[in-house]
Design a protein around this ligand. Structure first.
Ligand code: LLP
Length: 418
């Protein structure tokens, strides 16, 4: 459930009209709903209830400081994949002691910073990374808390670009090799083995792959226990899907119930790293129709947002619902490809959508809160759009639109003049 609803025939974010937001901040513009964001985080936290747990929001889904700050106020942990994300979390008031650090390419300076601020855990993805972390912690006279990210080889049944738990994948350590690598980790003097981690993919819409992965990870935990290595927490990554169109993903409550059923009688703390399920349906991308163009074959709605603003349709054929901000729209209903101004055939936001529109109309691209702004770029020298957070009737600009000056900041020509 989200808080984007029509009131008096105009789409609103909570109690704020998207028409007013467009008039005030221009288009394209990302609009987030605080109530939706908080509701989704709480759905995970409440679902795990009394079971010891920590919800570590995956920062990559949406790293805006206001988003991070609202989650930090709820007591959220954070899953980061770079020192940049760590600095964002801390700037937003997040507690480093609730941060887990994922990713296959951690650099020594990133490890150093994470150790300096005392993060909760490093999710280590290879043996060389283990050796590097041990060395960095040793130089600092510290011990680094680690989990190994294991690759349980389950098929999450999602788009191949976002499936990460298959054995062909670059992520994690093959579960068959995990015991040996754990032994190595336990023998290194500057590491503390605290957990087991896995993340099998994103936008999963069934429970079965999560359950299979958990069974395999629990078998590993038992095997480690037999060797005298006791594991304190299980980090099951993110990946719970959302409804973009007609998907029926399990709710956080159903997901948590399935996990708890398998974990009863064990004292393992659960860490989860949801990104999309928290922020995906908490945001829309607001865009205006610039032109309507018809060829012998098709009608095109040319809008002012493009693949640089929202890459998902171009990159994964991601389907996002596109709705008129004025209920019902205006003009004659036709089948449109909704496309942006970027010079690529792949630059579309949606294909074959029935819309009643005329130039100047506002459209909302839904479910754009996750992997929307965070994957945006300046391609075609397009300044990135502003981000706005709605809280009831209040509207806050939480990131200003980039200017043309921003686009060239830091660039210089060679000496010599023209
Ligand atoms: N933890 C790890 C280690 C991850 O790699 C990811 C996502 C997450 C957590 C969060 O997954 P989520 O709950 O959001 O599914 N750009 C793609 C999605 C890439 C996901 C990458 N990893 C998209 O727009 O669909």
């Amino acid at each position: 459930m989200d808080h984007f609803v029509y009131r008096e025939d105009a789409l609103c974010a909570e109690a704020a009209s998207l028409e007013d937001i467009a008039a005030r901040f221009g288009t394209p513009c990302y609009v987030y709903s605080r109530a939706t964001l908080e509701r989704h985080w709480r759905a995970f936290d409440d679902a795990l209830g009394e079971h010891p747990h920590l919800i570590c929001y995956a920062v990559k889904a949406n790293a805006n400081l206001a988003v991070l700050n609202l989650l930090a106020r709820l007591g959220s942990g954070f899953d980061i994949v770079s020192v940049g994300e760590l600095e964002r979390v801390m700037r937003a008031g997040g507690d480093p002691a609730r941060v887990v650090f994922s990713g296959i390419g951690k650099q020594a300076h990133e490890m150093r910073r994470a150790l300096e601020v005392g993060i909760r855990c490093f999710n280590v993805e290879s043996e060389p990374e283990l050796e590097r972390l041990n060395a960095v912690a040793g130089e600092m006279g510290l011990r680094a808390p680690v989990s190994l990210r294991v690759n349980p080889d389950v098929d999450p049944g999602t788009h191949p670009y976002i499936a990460t738990g298959l054995k062909e994948s670059k992520f994690g350590i093959d579960i068959g090799d995990a015991r040996a690598v754990y032994r190595r980790a336990a023998a290194l003097p500057h590491l503390d083995v605290v957990g087991v981690d896995c993340h099998i993919g994103s936008q999963l819409t069934r429970l079965a792959p999560f359950q299979d992965a958990l069974d395999r990870v629990l078998a590993l935990v038992d095997a480690l226990q037999e060797e005298g290595l006791s594991i304190h927490h299980l980090d099951l990554g993110g990946g719970l899907g959302i409804r973009y169109r007609d998907e029926t993903p399990p709710s956080p409550a159903e997901y948590a119930a399935a996990l708890k059923a398998r974990l009863s009688g064990r004292s393992l703390e659960i860490l989860l790293e949801p990104g999309r399920a928290i922020v995906g349906n908490a945001g829309v991308l607001l865009t205006r129709v610039e032109y309507v163009k018809s060829t012998a074959h098709k009608h095109f709605a040319i809008v002012d947002a493009a693949m640089n603003d929202l890459l998902r349709p171009a990159l994964y054929q991601g389907w996002h619902e596109i709705v008129p901000v004025r209920a019902g729209g205006s003009g004659e209903a036709r089948l449109y490809d909704v496309v942006g101004p970027v010079c690529e055939t792949g630059d579309f936001l949606g294909k074959e959508r029935t819309l009643s529109i005329v130039p100047g109309d506002l459209l909302a691209v839904r479910s754009a809160g996750a992997y929307g702004f965070s994957m945006s770029s300046n391609y075609n020298a397009r300044p990135r759009p502003p981000e706005v957070m709605v809280d009831g009737e209040q509207v806050y600009e939480v990131r200003a639109r980039e200017s043309i000056e921003h686009l060239m900041a830091g660039e210089t020509c060679l000496p010599g003049g023209i």
